[in-house]
Design a protein around this ligand. Structure first.
Ligand code: NDP
Ligand code: OXD
Length: 309
């Protein structure tokens, strides 16, 4: 019988993963990990507890309980040769589409301006923007970014996207290194960040790159906080070069109480909820990958360690 260990820090998530996987893999023993447990064949985790890997001489793969793996790859005890497999969509793309669409519609229908007018008690009609006036740029055209880009394109917004390798997506003007990041950013009225945190993307959106965005652009960061240099973003907002930023992710989470983002009038904050892991749907994906690995077949979503995602 194969043993599957759940190493999630939240008790509720552990229970949901255990229940869902046990139902899908009745011949496996699935348990929340405790020190001293018998070694597991597979593990599912957000960030395994201290001591976990030392107790795992026969682990065959670690499944990330999320799409991003930057935190897992920074785990000091992660064995160098252990295959790490990430979640691919598993119900997150639909949530990302909803979140990004909501932010763009707010801008298009001038909601931030109406909120300001309401605070002043002013009754004033403003012209709503047309879809063709709001070019949406998606930085990162992977499993989630490509679906966000397609959703905006299907609604008639002009859409551009940027990825590491060249892409062709219907209705989306695709950029990579060859066309250049500057050319990409110069056309983004709204910039959605949806790329992983890697050595190449950390601090990428500094003062210089943010200044390549058009005057009055809006940033939506649903990727990882460290893609953006906080001070550079605050300076761009203070100067009015950027109209605003919607931030779902932060360098430090929870966002410290004293951080200026909390009170800045141009910043909208949500607590890392743009697309949450749904254990029941995710378990179906993980269970079918475990079954494939048991048959000796390859699986998708394998993290390439040298690339960082
Ligand atoms: P994928 O790995 O499927 O896609 C990543 C995309 O980013 C790819 O298109 C990749 O290019 C591109 N990319 C990687 N490095 C660079 C670079 N240096 N320059 C330009 N483009 C780059 O990931 P997902 O779409 O599944 O997820 C994206 C990220 O979203 C996750 O890593 C996670 O951090 C974040 N996330 C946040 C959530 C939240 O609730 N806020 C929820 C889920 C995910 P290429 O196609 O060439 O490989
Ligand atoms: C993820 C996340 O990476 O929730 O899945 O951020």
């Amino acid at each position: 019988m194969i043993r599957i260990a759940i190493t999630h820090p939240e008790a509720e998530a552990r229970e949901r993963w255990c229940a869902a996987l046990s139902a899908l893999l009745p011949h496996a023993q699935v348990e929340g990990w405790r020190p001293g447990d018998e070694p597991a064949d597979y593990a599912i985790g957000w960030y395994p507890e201290a001591g976990f890997f030392a107790d795992q001489p026969r682990l065959r793969a670690l499944f990330s309980a999320g799409a991003g793996v930057d935190h897992l790859l920074r785990h000091p005890d992660l064995p160098a040769a252990l295959p790490v497999v990430r979640l691919e969509d598993a119900g997150m793309a639909e949530q990302m589409v909803e979140y990004c669409l909501h932010e763009v519609l707010r801008l298009q229908r001038r909601v931030p301006d109406y909120e300001a007018l309401q605070r002043e008690g002013r009754w004033q009609e403003l012209r709503a923007l047309r879809r063709d006036e709001l070019e949406v740029g998606v930085f990162g055209l992977g499993v989630l970014g490509a679906q966000v880009a397609r959703a905006f394109a299907a609604l008639g917004y002009p859409v551009r996207g940027y990825s590491r390798s060249p892409k062709a997506i219907e209705g989306v003007s695709c950029f990579d290194e060859a066309r250049g990041l500057r050319a990409f950013l110069e056309g983004c009225r709204v910039l959605v960040l949806l790329a992983p945190l890697t050595p190449d993307t950390r601090d990428l959106f500094d003062g210089q790159r943010l200044a390549w965005l058009p005057e009055g652009a809006w940033l939506v960061n649903v990727a990882r906080g460290a893609l953006v240099v906080d001070e550079a973003l605050l300076a761009a907002l203070d100067s009015g070069r950027l109209a605003g930023a919607t931030l779902d992710v932060f360098r430090e989470e929870p966002l410290p109480a004293e951080h200026r983002f909390w009170t800045h009038p141009g910043v909208r904050i949500t607590p890392h909820v743009s697309a949450v892991t749904l254990p029941e749907i995710s378990a179906r994906q993980v269970a079918s990958k475990i079954a494939a690995l048991e048959r000796g077949e390859p699986v998708s979503g394998l993290v390439l360690r040298d690339r960082g995602y």
